[in-house]
Write a protein that binds this ligand. Structure first.
Ligand code: NZQ
Ligand code: ZN
Length: 386
């Protein structure tokens, strides 16, 4: 097992009907900026419940954060927060609102001349020395943003990962029943995103990390068991509760501690979102099966373990067992209603060259846990995924 530091300070408030507890969780003197997306929380009544729970505190609202939150929109919230003397941020929404709120928390306190610098790789973790405290009411189980220190921000047709230990949410309120209103495709997206987060940290190089491996396998098996159930039966509380807790644990640092991590599927996928607007999880469903087929030899040991332990494939021939596991994975995504081919999204094949150019421009030339997935391999993967 590799050396690691593990730190996760986020308190989780999990279960039904807990929004009223916000009053106890946030300092009574805090001036709170409540942030939300493009209106779902208004339609579902969640925003009203949140505002009611905040009681007599000074509360300002900022709505309109878009899926794949943009720097430009987030900087408008920063101006408002500064003008209003805000000292606590409450994100009410999915990954986009939670990520955007983390960026806002850093940008409010950032003293440098240009807040765009915060988007540079590794910049925030080195240069951000203060951030406004934040918390979340998570309405979409997918990204794990409710329990990690990452945010993905879109700016000028590119996506930037930002991270700082200062933007772990102080607490996250996870009520599975407030996710019942999600459209089926967003639930399916959530299952796929949590699944791919898990395999990015598990189908890598073996380091004899048995707890992390078996925990990852537990998440994957749970997602396979409840994935279709929670898409088809949105108000089945227990199925949804299992998705919510799997999604948080897939990317809260636990299964990634001390293991080798890939993230190539995500980094290639981010270009597909930036370029074509394909939903984040759908880009992962396109890239992952082809990436595994192309990288079958590099990942042989863990792909075989995945086949045997996650899909219970007993086929003796190792190569055939791995092929079956990859096929089953792709069928699983399709069974949720997620298309797994680039051509399914109306993209012309010759656009693959543009994606490769964008990967090159963004420095994504040595991806994967072994840093040997270059542009030629990305091209092979995307052609296979077409
Ligand atoms: O904007 P509103 O009106 O709120 O509608 C949203 C949005 O249209 C809707 N929605 C959310 N909760 C709902 C709901 N509709 C009905 N009922 C509810 N309870 O769902 C749509 C999608 O929301 P979004 O937040 O964009 O989705 P998701 O949670 O999948 O987040 C995607 C973003 O997270 C980033 C992605 O790159 C993308 O920008 N990621 C963040 C990560 C992290 N912080 O660790 C890791 C991930 O790999 C990912 O990259
Ligand atoms: Zn993801």
């Amino acid at each position: 097992m590799n050396n690691f530091n593990f730190y996760n300070p986020t308190k989780i408030i999990f279960g039904k009907d807990r929004i009223s507890e916000l009053d106890k969780l946030i300092d009574s003197n805090a001036k709170v900026l409540v942030l939300y997306g493009q209106g779902s929380v208004k339609r579902t009544g969640v925003l009203d419940k949140v505002i009611a729970a905040l009681g007599e505190r000074k509360v300002v609202q900022f709505g309109g954060i878009e899926p794949n939150p943009t720097y430009t929109t987030l900087m408008k919230a920063v101006e408002i927060a500064k003008a209003e003397g805000i000292d606590f941020l409450l994100a009410v929404g999915g990954g986009s609102v939670m990520d955007g709120t983390k960026f806002i928390a850093m940008a409010i306190s950032y003293q440098g001349k240009n807040s765009e610098d915060l988007l540079k790789p590794g910049f925030a973790s080195k240069h951000v020395i203060h951030a406004i405290p934040l918390a979340t009411v998570a309405t979409l189980p997918a990204t794990g943003s409710e329990m990690n220190s990452f945010g993905v921000i879109s700016h000028k047709a590119a996506k930037y990962s930002v991270s700082s230990p200062l933007v772990f949410p102080q607490f996250s309120l996870l009520d599975p029943s407030i996710t019942f209103t999600l459209p089926p495709i967003q639930v399916a997206n959530g299952v796929v995103d949590a699944f791919v987060h898990t395999v990015e940290q598990y189908v890598t190089q073996p380091v004899d990390a048995r707890f992390q491996d078996r925990t990852a396998e537990g998440i994957l098996k749970t997602l396979i068991e409840i994935g279709k159930q929670t898409v088809d039966h949105p108000t089945d509380y227990d199925a949804r509760a299992n998705l919510v807790w799997c999604a948080s644990n897939a990317l809260n640092g636990l299964i990634g501690a001390g293991v080798s991590q890939d993230w190539a599927t995500h980094l290639i996928g981010h270009e597909l979102t930036a370029m074509f607007g394909i939903d984040h999880a759908q880009t992962l469903a396109i890239v992952l099966p082809s990436l595994w087929r192309v990288r079958k030899e590099n990942k042989h040991a863990k792909l075989l373990q995945y086949a045997r332990r996650v899909w219970d494939i007993n086929e003796q021939d190792e190569s055939t067992a791995i092929d079956l596991a990859i096929d089953r994975t792709q069928e699983f995504f399709e069974s949720l209603g997620i298309k797994t081919k680039l051509s399914n999204y109306g993209i012309e094949r010759d656009k693959i060259d543009d994606v490769i150019d964008a990967l090159n421009a963004n420095g994504m030339t040595a991806l994967s846990e072994t840093r040997d997935l270059g542009l030629d391999v990305s091209k092979e993967i995307l052609n296979l995924a077409y």
